[in-house]
Design a protein around this ligand. Sequence first.
Ligand SMILES: [Zn+2]
Length: 451
Amino acid sequence: MSDPLPAATKAPRSTALRGSLIFCRDDPFLTDPATAFCYEPDGLVLCSDGVIVATGPVATIKPLLQSDTTIADYSGCLIAPGFIDTHIHYVQTGVIGSQGKDLLDWLERYTFIAEQAFADPQVAASTARVFCEELLRNGTTTALVFCSVHAGSVDALFTEAARHNLRLIAGKVLMDRNAPPALCDTAQSSYDQSKALIARWHGRGRALYAITPRFAGSSTPEQLEAAGALWREHPDVVMQSHISESLREIEFIRATFPERRNYLDVYDHFGLIGRRSVYAHGIHLDESELCRCHESGTALAHCPTSNTFLGSGLFRMRNVRDPRRPVEVGLGTDIGGGTSFSLIATMGEAFKVSQLAGQPITPVEALYVATLGGARALALEDRLGTLAPGREADLVVLDPRATPVLAFRSGRVRSIEEQLAVLMTLGDDRAVRATYVAGELAHTRTSEARG
Ligand SMILES: [Zn+2]
């Protein structure tokens, strides 16, 4: 889209945020957590024209500020990179909390019915509005999103995201079998529509496109073939789907593709894995599949609230991230199988799932998968996920005293790691004091709403 003012006449807009800075500059699973994690108790993040230009202790950064730079003072709060949700279905916002027996039952009884309504552009537009506002209220500044099978559902989401200047990655779902006829496309129409959507949206403003087969069981071999061909033509778009979420689903895939070695091999066969691909769940992947994810650069989106809500199983984070063959992992809410838009709450649930799996993760590791890990999963680590000069200025400000019990408990913490653990145990959207998108204030929590 064209800029109404010539660049030379437009003064760069500078904002500085003051508070305690927390972020990962590297992977705490694979490198020394003490150097991977950064904490600056009294810091400044200086943003200009949507980008971070300097970050560090107040004493170091303050002399760099120009006289007209405004300082937003969040002393007492934590400033972190905006959260990255690597798996979410905006078209399922209306079915959160629908209690199915398991994944396949939940899909048939609730989800497939709800998604049919997205043939109506009004439904898509009104849901996209609620969805984007909810992301911002929760400090989520980037999300990898499933739309419905309808191309119009993608237009509605990207149109709304552009209003907020959000960096969303999204795509039209591909499904041409094992679903209600109203939700089925064909191999040819899914290819044609996705190609047109890539031309319309990929790289427009901050929008990026994702080719989105729902899962191997809802696509014919011809459709998976077409998805692979499309990705080869557009290797800079993201590929996303689901894998190994529930045991019943895995049996279904085995029966549907008996000639393939395992679930991942179905996607591998059609050229759908590799860097810039993100597969949701991966709970039950075996060692050979994890090795193949590692060597191909395929990432997983861990969605703990969905996995417990649908009874799908326990993701073994530490095993998946084994330094001998680490698989990149981002955190996902998986709305509407998931139960919260909040990645703070989702970090807390990831900890609980890791406990049940016998492999507890640390608060810093949880922060990593919600920020820099997600950026790496999306191959966007040069733009997002950390606080460093040159990165896009998507930020979240967290208030450790947002509720009475948070304030009480935060008054007793002895370290920043303990503070993080307390936040992800007791916090949710109420702990999001403010959200900045490309250096601009996009959401702020009013004092009336606090407590
Ligand atoms: Zn999902």
